[in-house]
Design a protein around this ligand. Structure first.
Ligand SMILES: C[S@@+](CC[C@H](N)C(=O)[O-])C[C@H]1O[C@@H](n2cnc3c(N)ncnc32)[C@H](O)[C@@H]1O
Length: 172
């Protein structure tokens, strides 16, 4: 299986690391592109200790490479993880690569960063996805759901992670 994932907001790298562990477990070839305008400095990401918290100390080297390098490829017996990190503003025209199967829309909440939930930006996510592609996000606000539907997405509310009642899965 081969999947292309786009992450909006690389942040601490947690989503990327967890996706790597899934690719490893499920033997997937993954093309992962993360966009981040404000990359975290080493003095912050070196303190996070995600690999230890997952009881997978061997993942620390992967995690650090994701932060240190703009692109790298991790290969194991039956999986390959092609990682690209773009230091870019998502609002810039050239910043969204196409042919994506899955978008992790992980911007800060509309209450603190309204511009990240703008209809025109969401329309660019729709364009970036392949037919049948999926956008997932923790934001389940009514206006946001209606915006996604107006673009042609089929929107589902699904149970969220611990501490979050529901999240959104939108299918193109
Ligand atoms: C909720 S955090 C992402 C958390 C991340 N997915 C993780 O696994 O840790 C949102 C991220 O979006 C980034 N961001 C904010 N404005 C942006 C923009 N205009 N373009 C790209 N990234 C942006 C922030 O710097 C922040 O790291």
């Amino acid at each position: 299986m081969e999947i292309s994932v786009l992450e909006v907001g690389f942040g601490t790298g947690l989503n990327a690391l967890l996706t790597y562990t899934e690719a490893l477990e499920k033997h997937i070839t993954l093309h992962y592109t993360a966009i981040e305008k404000y990359p975290l400095p080493p003095e912050i990401y070196n303190l996070l200790g995600y690999a230890e918290q997952l009881n997978r100390g061997e993942l620390d080297v992967i995690f650090r490479k994701m932060h240190e390098q703009a692109s790298c490829t991790f290969s194991d017996k039956e999986m390959t993880f092609h990682f690209t990190k773009m230091e870019a503003d998502i609002h810039l025209p050239a910043s969204i690569p196409g042919n994506q199967d899955l978008v992790y829309y992980d911007a800060f909440a509309p209450s603190s960063q309204e511009d990240m939930w703008d209809l025109s930006l969401l329309a660019r996510m729709y364009t970036a996805l392949n037919p049948g592609g999926i956008l997932v996000t923790y934001c389940a606000k009514g206006q946001f759901r209606r915006d996604l539907e107006s673009l042609g997405f089929t929107v589902e509310r699904i149970p969220g992670p611990p501490g979050k009642r529901e999240m959104i899965r939108a299918i193109k």
